[in-house]
Design a protein around this ligand. Structure first.
Ligand code: ZN
Length: 459
């Protein structure tokens, strides 16, 4: 699938100043807003500089909007004329992830160069997610410069630390809640495009994340006396951990087809031309078990319907083959599906781990609330995307990674996760949190068209 073959209506908004939009993204990439768990490593002056730039680049926004800084996060508000309409909120985050030590030399262009070369804008944040941050600002500026009168109040919200703890988004959501704001919809990063192959469909699938899975790290601990391995009468801590891990991995949690997944199958049904789903999706309830089996057998689909279990760390083994280990620890990472609570998961694991292994969470967050997709906002997003991309169906789906959007679920029942910057799958897979992150000018500008139209049509 060549992603650019799916682009349509690229001639629209011909008066958009694409050159300035590219220059602004390039300059924003040059400002190193890397976030770290250890906040003493964060260069807050870089955030200040980014704020300064935003205020100079977007005179129309600064003239018409209320611009608020909450710590190092930003909330921009354009007042709509109709107070009966609930506001819309467009999100992005300002921070980026660090460049992995030792990979600096692998970058064709320096990660903070913001170079524009070969049709691409290069650098950390061009796909995650400064293109959306700058793209939203460009879109709003464009509409205001063209005399757009907003009926619905529109917010732009840019958190400062999505990649670490998301405190910026939490603070903005708290501020809005305290001011009695309830939102019509939220649009944040996330989502994905994939070929419909796994479904047996002859059309590409654009998944809009209507909820996101949770995250938990479970620590397993086991002790044994150590000593000479010739007399392992009580077993060893390594044996205990191995048994506990195996028991947990061998007892997968229940599979559930969420409402979003059912809707995906419903929308895809006419395009499914082959395979076991072709008949099964005609009656999802009656064929639930068969559909679940299909999901479980596909690497692209299986993590959508259940809590995944991935043993990731082990430490404390003995240094010699004839010496028994003493204290040992292992970590299992879970991505929680909505049907599992963290308390329920812990109880499940403790039972399986047995009495000789201790199990406790280091961190545990449940899945987000499931957003509604029977809303005007979801249908508007589908329509706008279809206006700019052909041969794709857009479906409500699950995000298997975390975003800031969940912070708004207390004041919004329609949090949508979809970045409209459709880039080549390989470039995306390698670039996001990886090496040679870059976005084509074409993908960037087409994404801006989506944002302009979405803002214009819904606000
Ligand atoms: Zn991101």
């Amino acid at each position: 699938m060549n992603i650019y073959d799916l682009y349509i209506n690229e001639e629209e908004y011909a008066d958009l100043n694409a050159e300035a939009a590219v220059r602004h993204l390039s300059e924003a990439v040059r400002i190193n807003t890397t976030s770290y768990m250890d906040t003493s490593k964060i260069d807050y002056a870089a955030f200040d500089l980014l704020h300064e730039k935003i205020q100079t680049w977007y005179p129309q926004i600064m003239k018409h909007a209320e611009y608020r800084r909450i710590d190092h996060s930003i909330l921009i508000r354009i007042q709509g004329s109709d107070p009966s309409l609930r506001p819309a909120l467009f999100m992005a985050h300002q921070d980026v992830v660090p460049v992995v030590k030792g990979t600096e030399e692998d970058w064709i262009h320096d990660p903070f160069s913001g170079d524009v070369a070969g049709g691409y804008i290069w650098g950390r944040g061009t796909l995650d997610i400064k293109e959306m941050l700058i793209g939203e600002l460009e879109s709003l500026e464009y509409l205001l410069a063209n005399g757009k009168q907003f009926r619905r109040t529109l917010y732009l919200a840019f958190g400062q630390d999505e990649e670490v703890i998301g405190s910026g988004a939490i603070a903005i959501a708290r501020y809005l809640k305290e001011h009695g704001v309830e939102l019509e919809y939220v649009l944040d990063e996330g989502g994905r495009i994939e070929s419909g192959q796994a479904y047996g469909a002859d059309i590409a699938v654009g998944s809009i994340g209507m909820y996101e899975k949770g995250y938990a790290d479970l620590k397993l601990t086991a002790e044994s006396f150590g000593g000479h391995s010739s007399n392992p009468f009580h077993g060893t801590s390594l044996g205990t951990l191995a048994k506990a891990i195996t028991a947990i991995v061998d007892h997968p949690l229940e599979n559930v087809l969420s409402d979003s997944i059912r809707e995906t199958l419903h929308i895809l049904a006419p395009y499914i031309k082959e395979g076991p789903l072709k008949e099964a999706v005609r009656d999802i309830d009656a064929n639930e078990q068969q559909i679940i089996e299909h999901y479980l057998s596909h690497p692209e689909l299986n993590s959508q319907i259940h809590t995944t279990i991935a043993p990731t760390m082990i430490s404390g083994g003995s240094d010699a083959g004839n010496v028994m280990p003493q204290h040992m620890e292992a970590v299992i990472n879970f991505r929680l599906a909505p049907q599992n609570t963290d308390a329920g998961l812990l109880e499940h694991c403790r039972k399986l781990a047995g009495k000789n292994a201790q199990a406790e969470f280091i961190v545990a967050n449940e899945a987000s609330r499931q957003s509604r997709f029977d809303t005007p906002a979801f249908h508007a997003l589908q329509d706008v995307l279809l206006h700019y991309f052909k041969d794709i169906v857009f479906v409500p789906s699950v995000n298997t990674t975390a975003t800031d959007a969940r912070s708004y679920e207390g004041i919004c029942d329609c949090c949508m996760r979809f970045e409209p910057f459709l880039e080549d799958q390989e470039i995306r897979a390698m670039g996001v949190h990886g090496t040679n992150e870059r976005i084509s000018v074409r993908a960037y500008i087409q994404g801006i068209r989506v944002l302009i139209r979405m803002m214009d049509e819904t606000c």
